[in-house]
Design a protein around this ligand. Structure first.
Ligand SMILES: Cc1ncc(COP(=O)(O)O)c(C=O)c1O
Length: 405
């Protein structure tokens, strides 16, 4: 059943290089439906003022837009609104946890455990924290099918592990990690669990209570919302004990010449003027996604991924990565033998097919896979089987264009 989402996404009706656009770079960022664009225009056209600061009607309206968005996100994740901190993006949320929680709780001999499949945003901050505290940064490696190796988890998760930071879905391989089981094992050894939900929250239903995540982060722009708005969920008890990350206006209770007391949650972590228009857009994005339904989103993306993998497997010179596992959503990493991924992406671009090529901000994973770079096609629910067919048709032209056929 094709619900024809395209009517809601005018950008997808555009042409690229005189061909209809097949936008297959949704892991990088998603397109925005008209309802999201309208909500942002509506905010700036009717409610714009600095929230929390004014007593006049417009400022009260801006505060309501912002705080209603927080309530919407809280309900969406099954959390308490005080546990929802607005940030710029998943990267800033992870830095907040690393700097405020990590720097203040880790000591020499402690271990931070991450996986080799992490995005640099869930890796580089932990390197910094490890260096500053004397803690060790350890990695869980993957088994042959691309999944986290159970043996590795059993070996590496120990009483020395103080933080387990793991992506729920790999932005390169599209594999879904069983974060709930991982969190339970981590809690048994007394570790705090940080979940990178940048690729999961847009695509599958995520319930922080069910996962028992201590922290979970995501970016609005990967789930129909504008760029510049992100979320950190943290358990209230842990957030309350953490010092602020950024300092300045709005996050204080009282300031004296030499000392300051800080505001309660969530304001303690939201220094300076916030992105209210972005929060309005995120709220509208959640409404849209709820309207489609996560069961339907998963069904469409699984269908596209299964179709794409089956078709790609028929092309003898295409190499696929992490495509044997069952727990896979619509992210496909591949290479065309003998052709650099950037050349592949450029040739596909000429056909109107937009894919990503490079290291995908996951260089340690690339090294683990023995590749410098790969191509990546990533789907969202508004993609169609025709988009996949165009991907395949254009890949079949690549070796000819490169005079290899
Ligand atoms: C798994 C994962 N984590 C974190 C990020 C960082 O997201 P952002 O650049 O929006 O902060 C990304 C972006 O691609 C990602 O895929």
């Amino acid at each position: 059943m094709d619900k024809n989402f395209l009517k809601d996404f005018p950008i997808l009706r555009n042409t690229m290089n005189n061909r209809p656009l097949a936008y297959l770079d949704n892991s990088a960022t998603t397109q925005k439906p008209e309802s999201v664009v309208r909500s942002i225009c509506g905010y700036y056209g009717g409610c714009n003022a600095n929230p929390h600061r004014g007593v006049y009607e417009l400022s009260v309206r801006a505060t309501k837009v912002y705080e209603d968005a927080r309530k919407k996100v809280a309900k969406f994740l099954n959390a308490n609104p005080r546990e929802i901190i607005f940030t710029k993006n998943a990267t800033e949320s992870l830095n907040l946890v690393a700097y405020s929680f990590g720097l203040n709780n880790l000591h020499v001999g402690d271990e931070i455990l991450i996986t080799i499949a992490e995005h640099h945003s869930n890796l580089v901050p932990w390197q910094r924290v490890a260096r500053a505290t004397g803690a060790t940064l350890n990695y869980i490696y993957l088994s042959a099918d691309g999944n986290l190796s159970v043996k590795e988890i059993e070996k590496k998760l120990t009483r020395r592990t103080k933080i387990l930071a793991v992506t729920q879905i790999s932005n390169v391989l599209g594999l879904v990690n069983d974060v709930k089981t991982l969190a339970a094992s981590a809690h048994e050894v007394g570790a705090v669990v940080v979940v990178d939900g940048a690729q999961s929250v847009p695509h599958i239903a995520v319930d922080v209570q069910d996962l028992d995540a201590d922290f979970l982060v995501f970016s609005g722009h990967k789930m129909l919302a504008p760029m510049g708005i992100g979320v950190l969920f943290g358990k209230k008890k842990i957030l309350e004990e953490m010092p602020p990350f950024l300092f300045g206006g709005d996050m204080i209770e009282y300031v004296e010449e030499q000392t300051t007391t800080f505001a309660e949650l969530p304001q303690k972590f939201e220094a300076g003027t916030q992105n209210v228009g972005g929060a309005a857009g995120l709220s509208a994005a959640i409404d849209y996604l709820r309207g489609v339904g996560f069961a339907e989103i998963e069904r469409i993306e699984k269908d596209l991924a299964t179709f794409a993998v089956a078709e790609l497997k028929k092309i003898p010179y295409v190499e696929l990565y992490g495509c044997e596992a069952e727990n896979k959503i619509g992210i496909i990493a591949f290479n065309v033998r003998g052709v650099h991924p950037h050349d592949v992406a450029t040739i596909l671009d000429a056909e109107g097919v937009a894919i990503r090529a490079g290291h995908h901000c996951a260089q340690p994973l690339m090294k683990f896979l023995g590749q410098n770079a790969t191509c990546r096609a990533s789907f969202y629910f508004y993609n169609t089987r025709r988009d996949v067919e165009r991907l395949i048709e254009s890949i079949q032209k690549v070796r000819g264009v490169m005079h290899l056929a």
